[in-house]
Structure formats: structure tokens, C-alpha cells
Write a protein that binds this ligand. Structure first.
Ligand code: NAD
Length: 252
């Protein structure tokens, strides 16, 4: 039987939004995809069908990325299925409703940090163990999905979320240096306002119009526009890029 040499990617939080667009574009580019999701099983199943229609292989894994044993089990399943990982997209993330510092509780802050920061660390750790040349791996590429909020700090809105994304950017930089000699590149993207269900809550009624008018490009972004940059950073075309975090925020 011929050996399948298609690269293998894991995308966290892939059932919708930016993760879904990224998984679909990777499938179009010939990757086999491990689709991680947390709750929305039917949306994840429909992504599997779409990927199959594209003629690509997928592996569906339900795992909370903030749970260390669930992350380890997910990577074990990936090992059993394909025995390798070439690309990781740390996309899963959460955002709570708008709040100033006075409305933040330890419980809420910890939930954000456990998902956006701890979850990203755990997936990076498991991917590095498998990609590193010193462990017999053949290198790889990681992209962390941060946010423009990491630069602005999101005062009066999402201080906790912004701080979690700042931590992700620092991880991207430090890890990129730690694993460069292992043939692993680590980059990030900082999307601005992107039309996804993350904003389903909406906040104040005029929030979207206010954001759009504050942007040089006067519009929000589409998930596909973020996916294109992620897939480029994973590709050989970005072979000299590591430790970079690309701003994708309509000029802001
Ligand atoms: P989304 O809410 O549509 O998707 C996030 C996905 O992550 C969901 O499928 C959710 O189930 C999953 N997820 C959440 N917690 C998880 C966990 N513990 N384990 C596994 N999966 C989990 O949002 P999106 O807009 O597509 O966001 C994707 C990424 O982009 C996030 O990291 C987000 O912070 C970032 N981002 C989004 C925007 C935007 O405007 N939409 C802007 C900047 C950054």
C-alpha cells in the first residue's frame, strides 16, 4: 500500500469560526486534519462531512484543551491514527461579556486563563514532544491565534481576555527561540474584529458599528481572511518566519 505523505495538522476549537475556516483551507491544501472541538458535536460532524467532500482525511476529537489529561489523550489518538503531527493551530479561545476590572471575579479570570493560556501551553507541549528532531520528529510549525486586544489591552471591555492574549504572544516569542533548533517554527496572528459567533452576545447595540468606524478599513474581517494567514505561516513559504505575530486587524 502506498504511504500517505500528506502533512497532518491539528486545529483546536475547529467546529466554527476561524478554526473551521482554517481546517477547511488546510484540507484544500492537502493536509489531513485532526479537528478538536469541545461541545458542539453536530457542528463538528458537519465539518467532517465538508472535509470528506474535499477528499481529505480527518480525525474528530472532543477534548477540553484546558484539561491536561484530555489534551494528552487527544494527542495519543492522533499518534494512533497517523503517528505524526506537522502543524498545530492553537485557535480555541473564549471571551466573556464586557466588564470593567470591578466586575471580574477570580473564577472568571481563571476560566479565561485556563482556556486561552494553559490550553495553548499544553497543546504546544504535546506537539513539540512529537515534532522535535531530538525526539525523532521531523520538525513542524505552530500558529497561536492571539488577538489585537493583546496590543490594546481592551480597557472597559475585556481586560482578562486581552491579558490572556498578551500571554499567548509572549509564549509564541519564547517558545519560538526554545524550539528553533528542533526544526519547529512558532508564529502567531492577532486578528481584529472578525465576524464569528464569538460576538453572538453583541454587547452594546451600537458596538459593531462603533468598532467598524474606528478601523482604517472601515469593516470587520472574515474568518477566511484569518485562515489564509494562518495557513501561510504554517507553510514552507513562511520557512524563515518564527517568533512573529502578524496583525490582521484592518489597519488598526
Ligand atoms: P468562536 O467562539 O466561534 O470559536 C472558538 C472555538 O473554540 C469554539 O468552537 C469553542 O467551542 C472552542 N473552544 C472554546 N473553549 C474550548 C476548550 N476549552 N477546548 C476546546 N475548544 C474550545 O470564536 P472565533 O472568533 O472563531 O475565535 C477563534 C479564535 O480567534 C479565538 O482564540 C479568539 O480569541 C480569536 N480571536 C477572535 C476574534 C474575533 O473577532 N472573532 C478576534 C481576535 C481573536
Amino acid at each position: 500500500m502506498p504511504v500517505n505523505s500528506s502533512p497532518i495538522a491539528l486545529v483546536t476549537g475547529a467546529s466554527r469560526g476561524i478554526g473551521r475556516a482554517t481546517a477547511l483551507l488546510l484540507a484544500k491544501r492537502g493536509y489531513r486534519i485532526c479537528i478538536n472541538y469541545c461541545q458542539d458535536h453536530s457542528a463538528a460532524r458537519s465539518l467532517v462531512s465538508e472535509i470528506e467532500t474535499l477528499g481529505a482525511e480527518s480525525l474528530l476529537v472532543c477534548a477540553n484543551i484546558a484539561d491536561e489529561s484530555a489534551v494528552c489523550e487527544m494527542f495519543d489518538l492522533l499518534d494512533q491514527r497517523w503517528g505524526r503531527i506537522d502543524a498545530l493551530v492553537n485557535n480555541a479561545g473564549i471571551l466573556h461579556t464586557q466588564s470593567t476590572i470591578e466586575g471580574l471575579t477570580a473564577e472568571r479570570i481563571n476560566l479565561i486563563l485556563q482556556t486561552n493560556v494553559t490550553g495553548t501551553f499544553l497543546c504546544c507541549r504535546e506537539a513539540v514532544k512529537r515534532m522535535a528532531k531530538r525526539h525523532g520528529g521531523s520538525g513542524g510549525a505552530i500558529v497561536n491565534v492571539s488577538s489585537a486586544a493583546a496590543r490594546s489591552g481592551s480597557p472597559f471591555e475585556y481586560l482578562d481576555y486581552a491579558a490572556s492574549k498578551g500571554a499567548m504572544d509572549t509564549l509564541t516569542k519564547g517558545l519560538s527561540i526554545e524550539v528553533a533548533a528542533e526544526g519547529i517554527r512558532v508564529n502567531g496572528v492577532r486578528p481584529g474584529f472578525i465576524y464569528t459567533d464569538m460576538h453572538a452576545d453583541g454587547g452594546e447595540p451600537d458596538r459593531v458599528d462603533r468598532i467598524k468606524s474606528s478601523l482604517p478599513m472601515q469593516r470587520g474581517g472574515r474568518p477566511e481572511e484569518i485562515a489564509a494567514a494562518i495557513v501561510w505561516l504554517l507553510s514552507e513559504e513562511a520557512s524563515y518566519s518564527t517568533g512573529s505575530v502578524l496583525d490582521l486587524a484592518g489597519g488598526k
